[in-house]
Design a protein around this ligand. Structure first.
Ligand code: AMP
Ligand code: MG
Length: 533
C-alpha cells in the first residue's frame, strides 16, 4: 500500500484540503463501484504501479506548486506522481459528479480515473489542486479500469501546456509518469483490443469542479448539498464575490460570471482552432478552463464541420463551428441545475444573456484582430465573412493562413495571392478554382487594412500576437507519441520547448508547423481519435 516519503528531501509544501474538509464525504472507503449518495466525494487511494518513471514534466508548473528541480528528478517524485506514495498532507479522493453526455442526462459519472491528491497553497497564497489521471479504480469507475494509456497522457500533458502558453484558460500539467504496467484498450471500439503502455498525468488547477458536480445533486433532489456546493465554490474559487451580502444576488452574480468565463473560453478556442471533441457537461469547468483533454484536435484546413472525435462522427455534435452553441446549451444545463436555489429564474436569465452578449462581442473583436483590423464596420465584417468562405472553399490551412496574412507588407508585391500566402493549400485543384476570388479578396483586405493607421511593423506585431505560429497539430503530437512509445521521448521534450513561445517564429523548428501532410489525412491519432483513452 501507500507509504509516505518522510525520509526524503521533500519540499515543504503546504496542503490545505478544503474540498474534503468542507464538503460531506461518502462513509464507505472501498473502491467498490457504487452510487454515492449524500456526499461530494469518496476517499480513493491511488493503486500502486510496477515501475513508475518520469517521462516529462513542466518546470513552470513544478515552480507554481513549489517543487524543486531536485525533487522532481528524484525517484520519490515518480513514486508519488505514479501513485505509489503520498506526501505528508495529501488526502486522496475522487469527486462525485454527473453530466449530460451527447445531449442526454447520464446520471452519476464521477472521477472514475482521476484522483485528487490534495490542494497545495503556494508561497503566493495561490491554491493548486494536484490530480492524478489514470491512477486506478475509484467508486466511480463503473465498468472501466481507472487507467490511462501513454498516448492520451502525452496528448493531455502537451496540450494543457500548449493551451496555457497560447493564453487559453486551461488546467495545467505537472508531469507524465510511465507506469511499467500495460493497459488494454480497443482504440476504435471495433473488437481489436490491444495492450498499450500505461501512464499517469498529474494535472493542476485551482479547482476541478465541473458543471456536473452541481447537476448530480439536483438530479437526486439533494438541494441542501447543492446549496452547500454552490456556496463552497463561491467561497473557495470565486472569493471576490463573497462580499455580496444578499445570498441570492451573490449566487446569481456567480452564475453570470461562470457564463462569462465560459463564453471567453470558447472565443479563445475559435481563435486558435481548437476542437475539444467531448463538450459534455461533466467536461465543463466551473472556472471556465479547458478541461479533460480526450479526443481533442486542431483544425488544419478551415472547416467548421470538422470534429476529431470518431465517437461523434455521426452527429458531429461537438464539431468546431458548433462549440459556441454547445457551450451555451451547457450553461443552460447549469442554470437548470441551480434553479431550485432561486425564487426568480430571471436572475439566471441574466447570466445566460451575458453568455450571448460577451460571446458575440468578443468573437467579433477577436476576428477583427486576427485580420489586422484596428476598428470594424460593415466593410470589415463583410471582408471577414468572405475570407472564411474562401478559406473553406479553397481548403486553406487556418493557422498558417493568418500567420501569412500578418507578414504581408504595406506595398503589395505584384504576385498572385496564392503565391503570397505560401504553402497553405491542401488541394491544388481547389486552390486554382478559387485563385481569382482569392486575389480580389486579398486586394480588398489589403486596401482596407492600410486605412487603419498602422504601419507594417505595428500591424504585424498586433496580428502575430493573436495568430499563433505554433499549435499542437494532431499529426505532430502523434509523431511524438509514436517515438515515445518506442522509448524516445526527445520529440515530447522538443515540443514542450516550442510550445512555450507559440507566437514567436522558431525557424529551426519550421517542420513542426507545416500544414498536415497527406499521409496524416486519415491516419489514426492524426485526424481520428476516439474516447478510448
Ligand atoms: P470522459 O469522456 O473521459 O470525460 O469520461 C467520462 C466518464 O467516464 C468520467 O466519469 C470518467 O471518470 C470515466 N472514465 C473514462 N475513462 C475511464 C477509465 N479508463 N476508467 C474509469 N473511468 C473512466
Ligand atoms: Mg471527463
Amino acid at each position: 500500500m501507500n507509504t509516505t516519503t518522510d525520509h526524503l528531501d521533500v519540499p515543504a509544501v503546504t496542503f490545505d484540503n478544503r474540498f474534503v474538509r468542507e464538503l460531506p464525504r461518502d462513509p464507505e472507503s472501498s473502491a467498490r463501484r457504487r452510487q454515492v449518495l449524500h456526499a461530494a466525494w469518496s476517499a480513493a487511494a491511488p493503486t500502486p504501479v510496477a515501475a513508475p518513471r518520469l517521462l516529462a514534466h513542466a518546470p513552470e508548473v513544478a515552480a507554481l506548486v513549489g517543487f524543486s528541480d531536485t525533487f522532481v528528478q528524484s525517484p520519490a517524485f515518480a513514486n508519488v506522481f505514479g501513485g505509489n506514495a503520498l506526501l505528508p498532507g495529501m488526502e486522496p479522493y475522487a469527486a462525485c459528479y454527473g453530466g449530460h453526455q451527447f445531449g442526454n442526462w447520464a446520471g452519476q459519472l464521477g472521477d472514475g480515473r482521476a484522483i485528487t491528491l490534495g490542494e497545495v497553497l503556494n508561497a503566493h497564497g495561490e491554491r493548486w489542486e494536484l490530480q492524478l489521471k489514470g491512477a486506478g479504480p475509484t467508486p466511480y469507475s463503473r465498468t472501466a479500469d481507472g487507467r490511462a494509456v501513454l498516448r492520451s497522457s502525452i496528448r493531455e500533458f502537451l496540450c494543457s501546456e500548449a493551451m496555457h502558453h497560447l493564453g487559453v484558460p486551461t488546467t495545467r500539467a505537472l508531469s507524465v509518469v510511465t507506469t511499467g504496467d500495460a493497459v488494454v484498450r480497443d482504440m476504435f471500439y471495433n473488437g481489436n483490443a490491444q495492450e498499450e503502455p500505461g501512464a499517469i498525468v498529474c494535472r493542476v488547477a485551482p479547482s476541478f469542479i465541473r458543471f456536473g458536480n452541481f447537476e448530480i445533486f439536483t438530479a437526486r433532489n439533494d438541494l441542501a448539498l447543492l446549496a452547500q456546493l454552490v456556496d463552497f465554490t463561491i467561497a473557495r474559487d470565486y472569493p471576490h464575490l463573497a462580499s455580496i451580502a444578499d445570498e441570492m444576488q451573490r449566487r446569481a452574480t456567480w452564475y453570470a460570471e461562470v457564463c462569462e468565463r465560459t463564453a471567453r473560453l470558447i472565443v479563445h478556442w475559435m481563435r486558435v482552432g481548437f476542437v475539444h471533441g467531448v463538450m459534455n457537461t461533466d467536461n465543463m469547468s466551473i472556472l471556465g478552463l479547458t478541461i479533460d483533454y480526450g479526443p481533442y484536435g486542431w483544425i488544419d484546413d478551415f472547416n467548421p464541420n470538422w470534429t476529431p472525435n470518431t465517437t461523434d462522427a455521426q452527429n458531429r455534435r461537438y464539431r468546431f463551428g458548433q462549440q459556441p452553441a454547445i457551450a451555451q446549451w451547457n450553461v443552460v444545463r447549469l442554470a437548470d441545475a441551480i434553479a431550485p436555489l432561486f425564487a426568480d429564474e430571471s436572475l439566471l436569465q441574466a447570466g445566460i444573456d451575458r453568455f450571448s452578449a460577451i460571446y458575440v462581442a468578443e468573437y467579433e473583436a477577436m476576428n477583427a484582430a486576427k485580420f489586422g483590423f484596428a476598428t470594424r464596420g460593415e466593410e470589415e465584417r463583410d471582408c471577414i465573412r468572405e475570407a472564411f468562405r474562401l478559406m473553406y472553399d479553397a481548403e486553406i490551412d487556418y493557422t498558417n493562413f493568418f500567420r501569412a496574412l500578418g507578414n504581408v507588407p504595406d506595398v503589395l508585391p505584384d504576385v498572385p495571392a496564392t503565391e503570397l500566402l505560401g504553402d497553405v493549400f491542401y488541394d491544388p485543384a481547389r486552390r486554382d478554382a478559387h485563385a481569382e476570388a482569392l486575389h480580389s479578396w486579398f486586394s480588398r483586405w489589403h486596401a482596407r487594412v492600410l486605412t487603419h493607421g498602422r504601419d507594417f511593423a505595428q500591424r504585424q506585431a498586433a496580428m502575430h500576437a493573436v495568430n499563433p505560429w505554433f499549435v499542437l497539430r494532431n499529426y505532430v503530437a502523434q509523431q511524438a507519441i509514436d517515438a515515445a512509445t518506442q522509448g524516445d521521448a526527445s520529440l515530447v521534450h522538443t515540443l514542450l520547448t516550442v510550445l512555450r513561445t507559440p507566437y514567436t517564429e522558431q525557424p529551426q523548428h519550421a517542420a513542426l508547423v507545416a500544414r498536415r501532410p497527406e499521409w496524416a489525412r486519415h491516419k489514426a491519432g492524426c485526424s481520428m481519435l476516439s474516447c478510448s483513452s
